[in-house]
Write a protein that binds this ligand. Structure first.
Ligand code: PEP
Ligand code: MG
Length: 747
């Protein structure tokens, strides 16, 4: 950058800062800024366009265009050259604007006389807030230095907008973080919640954007980067060598912290007049923009790492820790970009809901949220940039919608919905101690799914008969290394203590696919859901499975022990796993330990193949539990984690019901008890149809027991069965409409 330009850029920033420091309303400030930029850059026009809503840009101030066009001229994102800059998030520099693709003539601005056009996005942390434009009559392309200077100014504008410096009348000048904001995300745990935002990692606020003393800023930046490097090295020294994922991240941190390119770009920003903080944020913003555009998941992850590293650097420079000192608000709803399962467990049940900007339905955090029954929305775009600590927020975890700072109408509708749900809950609570007996006198056993000690208090309060599925993965997922046998044995003993007389079905470790242990070597599998997981891992590497079986036997300590193996696809897998258990029982006996008074060994039926296995399988299993989540994904070949397909096939599709019917009949023929423990068991209509198909035991989330029991007690299964039979005979694809219609006429 030539010296003259350096001083020009610094001069411009200094004047900009002086202007911003003057008192005045938002509009006055914007007007002064456009005047100042046009004057400093010696161009006839300078205009600022800001978003008035998610798709529309509005001309908010101009020097050189017709002043009457201010707040009148609007364009949609992608429309005209200005809209194109906003869409592409990149500068557009042309000597011949009217001849450039996308040019749109706007007579009200008198624009046609200006040949050259330079537009740069006004963006903050990857979010585009508007477009800053300069234009001139002479046909010329703006120099690289001029583009750079305008980008620096645009960045300062974005920060000032964030700080509310341009707040004024009208939608485009609305104060930031005050408007209602709605986001559609993915549902990882259903439920509705109302509360206040609690930011897991609050943003760093930068107030000193501009500096006159590049040397001093350079010294500050270098010192902070040195500290950063040292802290990354320390983290690497103390990291567990087993945790390959963490090591990968830290290596990426180290690479960025030592990157000459990163440092050079920040130093250039200092020379042009930005403060050290602003220089870091400029780079961070660029990384965020790239993040949105990079299709490769691995590269995106690395850009995330750079983003994290920038945050660390900003905290070092500003002295702001990750703790803001903000009190946890009443009814906290945690907002984060992402969160690990351990951190989520630390917050525990104090949270009313969780909203993640990223995350996925199958993430570990989702597993924990499910276990804690806290509504969780994932993939909520821009939530971390929009939300402020304490903001009112509503989660509609049925539709996957987040209402941030909702207006009164939305709040009222939400209140109605919650009131209805609360009323229903009261109704369900009154049924708690009553059995789930249908009108035709059939009793259905309703059990709950669990995965944490914290779930056990729901056993008496939900009215569940027992725990039909205890997922044992969480103790493995939330630790940096394989838990010790003694720890596990204690944990299982406490679960059994808490359950008292009630039966608990422990499901042995179900890892692989979506549940990757932090200390497990990641498998490079093209189709992890069909890959090396659950019992396949247990049988190939029996060390951990045997240790878990020993822990279960010791935890039972003479009490009855019920366990089942996940993901069995053929008889031989079940017999081998069962043999391991028998050997461990013998071994424990030879060590003089007390054996469980009774052992029941079941299998989860999660693959269609098992439904067609030899009779000996059904005879050998003490019980069978249908894992409907997996069974359905394999039956319809539809990934349970893929939003595009996961709801595509109805559980009440006649083909799936026929499969259930077949499993029930095979179990009945040999007298083997069978239950259903997938999510569908907790949906009242599905539960009713399963019962009509002959299932007599269901296991579900504790909160679903009330609604399911309520419906079952109102219905006659023989009639429901007749409706299903008729719908099947009529050639219907799914029996749902017929069942719904029939239910409408039930009292
Ligand atoms: C299932 O697949 O239905 C099941 C209960 O197991 P998970 O959801 O843990 O895979
Ligand atoms: Mg499963």
């Amino acid at each position: 950058m030539p010296d003259t330009m350096e001083t020009e850029s610094r001069k411009l920033l200094r004047r900009l800062q002086a202007t911003l420091a003057e008192a005045g309303a938002g509009q006055e400030r914007l007007d002064r800024i456009t005047h100042l930029i046009a004057d400093s850059m010696r161009t006839e026009v300078c205009s600022i366009y800001l978003f008035r809503d998610a798709d529309t840009l509005e001309l908010c101030a101009t020097e050189g265009l017709n002043p009457e066009a201010v707040h009148q001229t609007r364009m949609r994102i992608g429309e005209g050259l200005v809209g194109r800059v906003a869409r592409k998030n990149r500068p557009l520099n042309t000597a011949d604007a009217p001849g450039t693709e996308g040019f749109r003539y706007m007579p009200e601005t008198g624009e046609e006389v200006f040949s050259s056009f330079l537009g740069v996005p006004v963006q903050r942390l990857g979010e585009t807030l508007g477009v800053l434009v300069v234009q001139s009559r002479a046909q010329r392309e703006y120099s690289t230095d001029e583009v750079y200077a305008l980008e620096v100014v645009a960045m300062v504008l974005a920060e000032m907008k964030e700080l509310g410096a341009f707040t004024g009348e009208g939608a485009a000048l609305a104060a930031p973080h005050q408007n209602a904001f709605m986001i559609k995300g993915g549902v990882a745990q259903e439920g509705i919640a109302q509360g206040h935002v609690y930011l897991h990692e609050p943003r760093v606020v930068i107030t000193n954007l501009v500096s006159d003393d590049p040397e001093a800023e350079l010294a500050r930046l270098r010192e902070a980067v040195d500290q950063l490097r040292v802290s990354v090295d320390e983290m690497l020294d103390t990291a567990s060598t087993q945790d390959t994922e963490q090591l990968q991240i830290l290596e990426a941190y180290r690479m960025f912290a030592n990157s000459r390119g990163w440092m050079r770009r920040m130093e250039e920003s200092l020379v042009s007049g930005l403060s050290a903080e602003a220089a870091v944020e400029k780079e961070q913003s660029a990384a965020r923009t790239r993040m949105e555009q990079v299709p490769d998941a691995y590269l995106r992850e690395r850009l995330h790492d750079l983003d994290d590293l920038s945050n660390r650097l900003l905290r070092l420079l500003t002295g702001q820790g990750s703790e803001t000192g903000a009190e946890i608000p009443v009814d906290p709803i945690l907002v984060a970009r992402n969160i690990g399962p351990g951190e989520l467990l630390d917050y525990g049940r104090a949270l009313k809901g969780i909203i993640l900007e990223e995350g996925s339905v199958g993430s570990h955090a989702a597993i924990v949220a499910r276990a804690l029954a806290i509504p969780l929305i994932v993939n909520a775009k821009r939530i971390t940039t929009e939300a402020l600590n304490g903001d009112l927020v509503l989660i509609d975890g049925e539709q996957g919608i987040v209402h941030l700072r909702p207006d009164e109408t939305v709040q009222a509708a939400f209140r109605d919905k919650s009131a209805m749900q609360a009323k229903a809950q009261e109704r369900y609570a009154s049924l708690r101690d009553k059995p789930a007996v249908t009108q035709c006198g059939t009793e259905i056993s309703l059990n709950m799914n669990a995965g944490l000690m914290a779930d056990l208090p729901s056993l008496p309060t939900s009215g569940a008969e027992g725990v039909g599925l205890f997922r044992t993965e969480l103790q493995f997922l939330t630790r940096p290394k394989v838990p010790k046998r003694s720890e596990l044995a204690q944990h299982y003993a406490r679960v059994l203590d808490a359950a008292g007389e009630k039966r608990v079905v422990f499901r042995t470790l179900d890892i692989g696919s979506d549940k990757v242990l932090p200390y497990m070597k990641p498998q490079d599998e093209p189709n992890p859901a069909l890959g090396w997981r659950a019992i396949r891992v247990g049988l190939d590497k029996p060390g951990v499975m045997r240790m878990q079986l020993q822990a279960l036997i010791r935890g039972a300590n003479g009490r009855p022990l019920t366990l089942m193996f996940p993901f069995v696809a053929q008889l031989e897998e079940f017999t081998r796993a069962r043999d391991y258990l028998m050997r461990e029982l013998d071994r424990e006996a030879s060590l003089g330990r007390v054996l469980p008074e009774k052992v029941e060994v079941g299998a989860m039926l999660e693959t269609p193949s098992l439904a067609f296995s030899p009779n000996s399988f059904f005879e050998m299993a003490d019980f069978i539990s249908i894992g409907g989540n997996d069974l359905k994904q394999f039956f319809f070949a539809a990934d349970r984690e893929n939003e595009r397909v996961r709801r595509r096939y109805d559980t009440l599709n006649v083909s799936f019901l026929s499969l259930i019917e077949l499993i029930v009949s095979r179990c009945r023929d040999v007298g083997t008890p069978v239950s259903f423990c997938g999510e569908d068991a907790g949906r009242p209509i599905e539960a009713l149809c399963f019962s009509a198909m002959g299932l007599r035991s269901l296991s579900m989330r504790p909160a679903s027991i009330g609604p399911v029991k309520h419906l079952l007690r109102r219905c006659d299964l023989r009639e429901a069965r007749a409706v299903i039979t008729e719908a099947r005979a009529s050639g219907a694809m799914t029996v749902r409409p017929a069942v719904m219609e029939w239910l409408r006429h039930q009292n």
